[in-house]
Design a protein around this ligand. Structure first.
Ligand code: SF4
Length: 334
């Protein structure tokens, strides 16, 4: 992470990032980053305090995000947050965590970090049923989620975002309907605790893309039409008006195009174009052939079926510079 940033205009209100550690100890089976950045290498608390001071002094930013793949898993997080808040209390620097673990410790920490502003809290159960959460090795139960959400409601939050993935291996309609059921339970819990309605729960669903080097790398991706059918199924099963359903790149892209002032009659074509572009970027057989970008990999393969593939970034191994984060950590320990 750079300690200085080029600043144009007024820096106040801008966000800088402090990286706590690399890697992730969890092991969700769909997650490439969790596997590619192994092993976990933590920065010491002392070094993080020094880095945060240099970051604020060199950028003038007054918000700092404590980033990592799963920041709440940092082993000294409670102590670090206390120390940072004390170090910067005169400069009014605020701190945030990009993602929370689904437990009460994370809620207490978020409460401490957002003493006044209670923006929404985000959790990622990823799947709607315990069966599918076990398949993806998420390690989160419905009880974990409801306990964390209850703690959040008691601390004053009334906006919760839930992230899910659709098209995961072995997914059935029961798993899709499970997403709607889980969201409804999160809504009902607010009424149970507060004795009134007034919560806003956002369900956000993205499409599963199999990633190289993960245990799910050989699973196919659900075809677009099937994604759309599953999204409709979920939409039909979300009946509570406190639940907002953000689904599908298609819907988001449609709104974007309309907001850009594009005429209604060409919006659908634009959306198709953008979705196809997305598929070209993430699906191997849709990608342009590197020696002839007018051809797709599928054109070149013909009837041949892809059984294995490895993914490299262009120029990897030739000119890609890699930081020796392990050496940096080792130097701090000496
Ligand atoms: S999804 Fe998050 S928690 Fe799971 S392995 Fe990836 S980074 Fe870790």
């Amino acid at each position: 992470m750079p300690e200085a940033a080029s600043i144009s205009g007024e820096p106040a209100g801008a966000l800088c990032m402090l990286e706590l550690f690399r890697g992730c100890s969890r092991g969700c089976r769909f997650c490439q980053a969790g596997i590619a950045y192994r092993p976990v290498r933590e920065r010491t608390e002392k070094h993080l305090r020094e880095l945060s001071r240099r970051l604020v002094d060199s950028t003038g930013y007054n918000e700092m995000s404590l980033t990592s793949l799963s920041s709440a898993d940092y082993s000294c997080l409670g102590g670090l947050v206390d120390d940072l808040m004390e170090d910067f209390q005169d400069e009014k620097v605020s701190f945030s965590l990009p993602s929370l673990r689904i437990d009460s410790f994370s809620i207490d920490l978020a409460h401490k970090m957002q003493q006044v502003r209670k923006s929404g809290l985000t959790f990622a159960p990823e799947a709607g049923t315990q069966r599918l959460r076990d398949v993806i090795n998420k390690g989160v139960t419905e009880e974990n989620l409801l306990t964390a959400v209850a703690a959040a409601y008691r601390q004053g939050w009334k906006q919760v975002k839930l992230y899910f993935m659709m098209g995961l291996p072995t997914e059935t309609d029961e798993d899709i309907i499970g997403i709607a059921r889980l969201a409804k339970k999160v809504v009902d819990l607010y009424q149970e605790i507060k004795g009134r309605r007034g919560v806003k729960v956002t369900v956000s669903v993205s499409c599963f893309v199999p990633k190289p080097f993960t245990p799910f790398q050989w699973f196919g991706q659900v075809p677009l039409e099937e994604f759309e059918r599953r999204q409709r199924l979920l939409k039909e099963n979300i009946r509570d008006r406190s639940i907002q359903f953000h689904y599908h790149e298609r819907e988001v892209l449609r709104k974007q195009a309309l907001e850009e002032g594009k005429p209604e009659k060409i919006v659908e074509k634009m959306v198709d174009g953008r979705i196809n572009k997305y598929y070209k970027e993430v699906c191997l057989i849709e990608q342009p052939f590197i020696k002839d970008p007018d051809q797709t990999v599928q054109n070149i393969l013909g009837d041949v079926k892809v059984r294995r593939f490895a993914s490299y970034q262009l120029g990897e191994g030739l000119e890609k510079r890699s930081e020796d984060f392990a050496a940096e950590v080792a130097a701090q320990i000496k």
